[in-house]
Design a protein around this ligand. Structure first.
Ligand code: NAD
Length: 344
């Protein structure tokens, strides 16, 4: 059995990670949990029948010796905690956003071996997205795409202490919410070369944007429009891919099935119906663990959407297009998504 531990026993751990792990009970067992709030970890362990709980990552790694750690803590701590897990030899599956900057991601990746670090990006793994990636080469050239995250988060949502600030949350909806849609888009369209963006803080008391609009040019020549809002009363996640031979669209909110996709081609025949869920990605991650192979959403793949988010923040700040090539360690946005202006 693969020995799994969960760090951070808040919302996402209970709602998504434990159900996904239960579906893998034939090959994975949850041996321990940890939370800085030790009492919360204790309640979580009792509720889910987990044998041990701990008050810190170090204590958990030392005493439970897990093979795989699910990191479900707020983003501000992800890099340090992920590196701690990797140094113990464990694999780590990090909730999105993986960390606060490309610098942190590159540090995480550099700490790999023998374990790997992979980012949660569950919408890459539903059968619809997988099928689209398979048939995309048969649909002609990609020419246009729309990537819309029209979500609503009320004022109370931002009262959680780690939300609302670059330092603790990493960034705004570009990196925290739209990253799901951007990652699916990038998984289909590949490398981007240039982005031009505007962001605004219009109705929430936060340090970052609550609305962002961007235009992206891909290496293939295709153009995409990325629209992100946390102020949209009618919520929707929408992706549209126009190839020279077909249009493919996906409309859903927080998770899709095959029925949420439409396409103008007979080639659209997804063979099964795997919902986009933590379970879908965990299954692939554990396959990789069993084969001791690099998992999906690690290294370069895990970096893709964070890189586009970095370009969006840099372009909005500089009021000019930003190329992917300029996001090197010499660029302040490589180190922090606010370009160096953390105020709290
Ligand atoms: N993939 C998705 O669809 C999805 C959805 C929601 C949230 N998330 C992500 O999941 C992560 C957690 O979000 P949440 O909503 O569960 O947050 P939460 O605040 O409900 O839970 C976080 C937990 O981590 C604990 N914690 C904080 N610092 C810690 C530390 N140093 N060591 C151990 N425990 C610590 C907190 O006490 C809390 O119990 C975030 O990165 C968030 O963006 C992902």
């Amino acid at each position: 059995m693969i020995r799994v531990a969960v760090v951070g026993t808040g919302g996402i751990a209970g709602v998504c990670h434990l159900p996904a792990l239960r579906a893998q009970a034939h090959r994975a067992e949850v041996v321990a949990v940890a939370d800085v709030d030790r009492a919360r970890a204790a309640v979580f362990a009792r509720e889910h029948g987990i044998p041990s709980f701990h008050g810190s990552v170090a204590e958990l790694l030392d005493q439970a010796r897990p093979d795989v750690v699910h990191l479900c803590t707020p983003p501000g701590g992800h890099a340090v905690q992920a590196i701690e897990c990797l140094k113990s030899g464990a694999w780590v599956w990090i909730e999105k956003p993986a960390c606060r900057s490309l610098a942190e991601w590159d540090a995480i990746t550099a700490a790999e071996g023998p374990g790997y670090a992979s980012v949660v990006s569950q919408h890459r793994f539903g059968s619809g997205a997988r099928h689209l990636r398979e048939i995309a080469p048969l649909l002609g050239r990609p020419v246009a795409a729309l990537c819309v995250t029209a979500w609503f988060r009320d004022h109370d949502y931002f009262q959680v202490p780690w939300r609302g600030r670059f330092r603790t949350e990493g960034g705004g909806p570009t990196v925290g919410h739209a990253i799901h849609q951007m990652d699916v888009m990038l998984s289909v369209l590949g490398d981007w070369t240039e982005v031009s963006a505007m962001t605004a803080t219009l109705d929430r008391d936060v340090e970052y944007e609550d609305v962002a609009m961007a235009t992206v040019r891909f290496a293939s020549g295709a153009l995409a429009s990325v629209a992100t809002s946390l102020l949209s009363r009618r919520e929707e996640s929408y992706l549209r891919f126009d190839f020279t031979g077909a249009s493919v669209e996906l409309r859903h909110l927080y998770g899709y099935r095959n029925e949420d996709w439409t396409a103008t081609t007979d080639l659209w025949q997804p063979p099964d119906d795997v919902p986009s869920s933590h379970e879908a990605q965990l299954s692939v991650l554990l396959d990789a663990y069993e084969k001791n192979e690099r998992p999906p959403m690690s290294a370069r793949q895990g970096r893709q959407a964070l890189e586009l988010a970095t370009g969006i923040y840099a372009s909005a700040h500089r009021r000019r297009p930003v190329t992917r090539a300029e996001l090197t360690p010499d660029d302040p946005f490589y180190h922090r998504l606010d370009g160096g202006a953390w105020t709290s």
